[in-house]
Design a protein around this ligand. Structure first.
Ligand code: FAD
Length: 431
């Protein structure tokens, strides 16, 4: 029997182990809890949800809802447990977290092809291995991964600015231009007059920030300050920092008092991130404050800004869309560690990594799902984004390709319908 080591029994590791074991592969799943705990996990259960008990939207007009449906089509252990322990939460899929984790633990532990070991892995195991140790990967293993991948392809913090859909920007106010017209007009600029800036500034300095976890001290502020913190240092700080207006005249030649700049975030140019706006504001406050920027009043935010401890690799440099490492054929990465963001996304990446590892060991062709379904779009995004700007990403329709031309109001439904049809067509190869 072929043998694989999976490290980390979180959302991704459990799903990867399940997919491998169901394909006749013998799996050793190594989890360090309860021998060694992470700073956020509280139990020894597998697939513990460390924060919210919501797996977010279950609607087929929402990318994460569609992703869940794609996973159900592929016999996902995480979705089976989640559906079994659903609690009322409107159109979201929230779960009884304890019952959910216990069910996953029970299903994984009782699988005849899976052996469990509880210990910290400090070196990269030899032989076929899937690393799924998550955002709170232990230090020793983090160092071993960093040594393999090199300094500039491994990160311990996530300091991300919000990302918005280009289609939702009001171009009667915003315009393309690069500072002093150097190079191509790559940036989208949202100009403010003095009055608009003052209003924005006053609201920003009083906006609510998200709670920090005990293990996330404020050390990172020295290297990468949130823009609200910068603003609190004085009204002019932003004007000499990320909102500097010089060289960014409006198309009519007038000079704005302040400018918010957005930079292209994906190859399809459907997503733009807000330059220098890494933030620790709550999600609700991010939405409210950004709506005060001319041109972004109705911006659709596909990924909110975050500043938290996170361990992830620079997937565009070191990973294939199969989740296989480019530097070592028998090493795969899955979960938050490879730059997907969220419970469901982590589990989905583990699912595809598990299938592809099984295919490799069984000498079958590996699967690269197209970016026309949600699961494929995530694998595509994390391996094709520009490495200099790579940051973890949630599932969203902005990174998916839509093959038909439909009116904006019908687009979400079209994305959902297409994704499920595409996944259906791939099932014979995936199962
Ligand atoms: P995990 O679920 O964390 O699993 C990794 C496992 O590896 C853990 O069980 C860990 O104990 C184990 N491990 C680590 N190092 C080793 C080692 N060296 N040897 C053996 N085992 C090891 N996402 C959301 O969608 N909603 C949220 O509300 C949310 N809140 C979050 C709050 C915090 C504090 C953090 C850090 C992240 C949060 N996330 C949230 C993001 C992310 O989706 C989750 O962390 C998710 O659990 C990631 O899945 P994973 O499988 O990659 O990692």
């Amino acid at each position: 029997m072929k043998q694989v080591t999976v490290v980390g029994a979180g959302l991704a590791g459990c799903e990867a182990a399940w997919q491998l074991a169901n394909r006749g592969i013998s799996v050793t799943l190594i989890e360090m809890r309860p021998v060694k705990m992470t700073p956020a996990h509280k139990t020894a259960d597998f697939a513990e949800l460390v924060c919210s008990n919501s797996l977010r939207s279950d609607a087929l007009t929402n990318a994460v809802g569609v992703l869940k449906q794609e996973m159900r089509m592929l016999n996902s252990v995480i979705m089976e447990a989640a559906d079994a322990h659903r609690v009322p939460a409107g159109s979201a899929l929230a779960v009884d977290r304890e019952a959910f984790a216990k069910t996953v633990t029970e299903k994984i532990s009782s699988h005849p092809n899976i052996t469990i070991e509880h210990r910290e892995v400090c070196e990269l195991p030899s032989g076929p291995v899937i690393l799924a140790t998550g955002p709170l990967t232990s230090d020793a293993l983090g160092k071993a991964v960093k040594a393999l991948l090199h300094e500039d392809t491994f990160y311990f913090y996530d300091a991300a600015a919000p990302i918005v859909e280009r289609d939702s920007i009001d171009f009667t106010k915003a315009y393309f231009k690069s500072r002093y017209d150097k190079g191509d007009a790559d940036y989208i600029n949202c100009p403010m007059n003095e009055e608009e800036f003052h209003r924005f500034y006053e609201e920003l300095i009083h906006a609510k920030t998200a709670d920090m976890h005990e293990f996330e001290d404020e050390k990172y502020f020295e290297g990468c300050m949130p823009f609200e913190e910068m603003a609190r240092r004085g009204e002019k700080t932003l004007l000499f920092g990320p909102m500097k207006p010089v060289g960014l005249q409006r198309p009519d030649g007038t000079r704005p008092y302040a400018v918010v700049q957005l930079r292209q975030d994906n190859a399809a140019a459907s997503l733009y991130n807000i330059v220098g706006f890494q933030t620790h504001l709550t999600w609700g406050e991010q939405k409210r404050i950004l709506a005060l920027v001319p041109g972004l009043e109705n911006a659709s935010i596909v990924r909110y800004g975050v500043m938290h401890r996170n361990t992830y690799i620079c997937s565009p440099k070191v990973l294939k869309p199969t989740y296989q490492c480019t530097l070592r054929d028998d090493l795969y990465f899955a979960g938050q560690m490879c730059g997907v963001e969220g419970y469901v996304e982590s589990a989905a990446s583990g699912l595809l990594a598990g299938i592809n590892m099984a295919k490799q060991l069984l000498n079958e062709a590996q699967i690269i799902l197209p970016p026309t379904c949600v699961m494929g779009s995530m694998a595509h995004y994390i391996t094709h984004t520009h490495p200099d700007y790579f940051q973890p990403m949630n599932a969203n329709f902005g990174i998916m390709q839509l093959l038909v031309n439909v009116k904006k109001k019908d687009r979400k439904e079209a994305y959902g319908k297409q994704a499920l049809e595409v996944m259906e067509s791939w099932l014979p190869k995936l199962t």
